[in-house]
Design a protein around this ligand. Structure first.
Ligand code: F0G
Length: 452
């Protein structure tokens, strides 16, 4: 089989600013060993996130010029609404400025003290918004998900037995909705099968609880279903996407992922009354219901992005790129979450830096090492992100997230070469301590010092 090439040509380029090892040492110090504090100009290959970092297509840029900037009832809104209705089947399509704005509105309406929101794994902003409302955010992913090198085709699946036990124990009144994140970002970008979604739906039906999706990466999830689930290979991604959304009563989406845009979010709802309440909150803090905190041009770019993301040549290239990086890192000796996820590779930093205890943040040490060695920026998903309550998470991970349609294979080869160099010197990586930390979502702004 031939190489799966990038299914696009490059029309606009953006220079990468080169740095030396010495310069990066200074930059890292100035950033207090937190990659979120490094100016993007000083990053060679930025794998911090796949969120809002993608390249738009020629047709999306054409949409930017077509944007209707009317305050109410803009033509761009109707185009966006029609595209999303066709794709998802939802009646109520509320634009928001990004995913967490949709989450904030949703949990302000259904959350609150005494409530529990189960999910396969809550993403950090989802968890924060649930908890901010006073409710409890509970993770119920299948047990296979906590074994990094165990191969399972749908490691993002929800543990339906535990879900049912929870409902029986706590009572359906305490659970305003069940959420499933596709793909499961915090669990390694792992997909959820249609079969599992159907099983969750059946339980929700039995106890009369709505099912919501955190559907940021729905198209990547659908591609995995097509590749891996029995009976799905001959179906179009679009049909699979339709099936996925049909199972849900609502969804929050950050369009910065599979919407292929740099900003935007959506709240999808079926229930008329909930949609009216959500619309009122949208107006309060985001904007009128036909623009929701976005410009008309953003709605045009989103409408086009949601068409392009379900193109199968794109998804084939997308998922293969991630797998390629995973294969190369494994060959070096890194332990990664297997199989490779859709949007990112997650390195098990606990394995690679076994000399650094969780209290000294092995993931953060690896992230700093990757930056120092190659100017590659990655993101810690371990004790820094989730250990704020004093409890270490199960895994100390470092995520290398791939922006969509941005880097070529030679960029990724450079990342692999840097990672190989670092792996040789992994015993020299140094643990860190936190010198300053905010009350929540501390990984964004905390400062660190190396423990020398
Ligand atoms: N849900 C999931 C599964 C996400 O991955 C994200 C964002 C959000 C919700 C929130 O969306 O950023 O538009 O407000 N994930 C990014 C990441 C930030 O790097 O994984 P947002």
């Amino acid at each position: 089989m031939k190489t799966i090439i990038e299914p696009f040509k490059i029309k606009v380029v953006e220079p990468i600013h080169m740095t030396t090892l010495e310069q990066r040492e200074d930059i890292l110090n100035e950033a207090h060993f937190n990659p979120f504090k490094i100016p993007a100009r000083d990053v060679l290959i930025d794998l911090l996130t796949d969120s809002g970092t993608g390249s738009m297509s020629n047709l999306q840029w054409a949409g930017i010029m077509k944007g209707d900037e009317s305050y109410a009832g803009a033509e761009s809104f109707y185009h966006f609404q029609k595209t999303l209705r066709n794709l998802t089947g939802f009646e109520h399509i509320l634009p928001t400025h990004q995913g967490r704005a949709s989450e904030r509105i949703l949990f302000e309406l259904v959350g609150g003290p005494g409530k529990i929101i189960p999910n396969n794994n809550h993403f950090d902003t989802t968890r924060a918004n649930v908890e901010h409302s006073g409710a409890e955010a509970l993770d119920l992913v299948i047990p296979e998900a906590s074994k990094p090198n165990l191969i399972h085709p749908f490691k993002g699946n929800m543990d339906v037995t535990r879900l049912e036990a929870l409902i029986k124990e706590k009572g359906r009144e305490t659970i305003p909705l069940v959420m499933v994140t596709i793909t499961n970002n915090s669990g390694g970008g792992q997909p959820v099968s249609l079969k599992n979604l159907r099983a969750v739906r059946a339980i929700c039906n039995q106890y009369d609880i709505p099912l919501f999706l955190d559907a940021c990466r729905f198209a990547e999830n659908a591609w995995f279903i097509k590749q891996r689930e029995a009976g799905q290979a001959d179906r179009s991604v679009r049909d699979i996407v339709s099936d996925i959304f049909e199972l849900a009563d609502g969804a929050t989406i950050s369009a910065k992922k599979d919407g292929l845009v740099n900003i935007g979010g959506i709240l999808l709802l079926r229930d008329q009354e909930l949609a009216e309440h959500a619309g009122a909150l949208l107006i309060l803090t985001e904007g009128y219901v036909t623009y929701g905190g976005l410009a008309g041009r953003d709605l045009e770019a989103m409408a086009q992005g949601f068409e392009e993301v379900v193109e199968e040549d794109y998804l084939s290239y997308r998922i293969r790129s991630t797998e390629y990086l995973g294969e190369k890192l494994k060959a070096i000796g890194y332990q990664i979450i297997e199989p490779p996820g859709g949007h990112a590779i997650y390195i098990d930093a606990g394995h690679c830096c076994s000399h650094i205890p969780p209290s000294h943040y092995p993931g953060q040490a690896l992230v700093c090492g990757l930056y120092r060695t190659g100017g590659v920026r990655a993101c810690e998903i371990g004790s820094v992100m989730f250990g704020g309550n004093g409890k270490a998470p199960d895994l100390e991970l470092v995520r290398l997230a791939l922006p969509r349609r941005v880097y070529t294979q030679s960029h990724i080869d450079y990342v692999v070469e840097s990672a190989a160099e670092l792996f040789e010197q992994r015993d020299k990586l140094i643990g860190l301590r936190i010198t300053n930390s905010p009350p929540f979502l501390r990984h964004f702004t905390a400062t660190f010092k190396e423990i020398i």
